[in-house]
Design a protein around this ligand. Structure first.
Ligand SMILES: [Zn+2]
Length: 151
């Protein structure tokens, strides 16, 4: 029964970490190499790309593709593209917020109107009570008069 030693776990540890290999490339200015070393900017001295800036790992070389190598102008284009996407997001957020503010202003206006209406109703109510009081006083007076005359 136990002749095979954990066949499942050994097969899992084989290549699980390489699932994101394709999308692992960082966008924008690279900060560090995948080996953990900080990226440095260098100037290309090749005939094909003279004076062109690039980010690279201090341990990298033209042959060693494991370490970081990225043209700085391409990184900048990516960064600007991302920035534009971000800005359009921010713009959308601002538009949404404006819409919300307009909505809130309308709500506030409605509330003000409702409060003003309530205030009017309250005054009407007070006037009604006052007039009712007058009627009662009047009625009470009549009752007293009747009491004296007919009582
Ligand atoms: Zn490296």
């Amino acid at each position: 029964m136990s002749s095979l030693e954990n066949p499942s776990s050994s097969s899992v540890s084989g290549g699980g970490n390489w699932r994101h290999r394709g999308g692992n490339r960082q966008r924008g200015m690279p900060k560090a190499c995948r080996c953990g070393e900080e990226a440095v900017i260098r100037t290309s001295g090749t005939v094909k790309n003279p004076g062109r800036l690039f980010h690279c790992c201090p341990y990298g070389s033209e042959e060693d593709k494991y370490h970081l190598f990225k043209w700085t102008d391409e990184s900048m284009v990516e960064e600007i593209k991302d920035l534009i996407v971000m800005l359009s997001d921010v713009k959308g957020d601002i538009t949404n917020l404006r819409g919300e503010v307009v909505g809130l202003e309308k709500e506030l206006e409605e509330m003000k109107k409702a409060i003003a209406k309530q205030e009017r109703d309250r005054i009407d109510c007070i006037n009604e009570v006052k007039s009712m009081k007058n009627v009662m006083v009047f009625g009470f007076g009549i009752a007293i008069v009747c009491y004296y005359f007919f009582g």
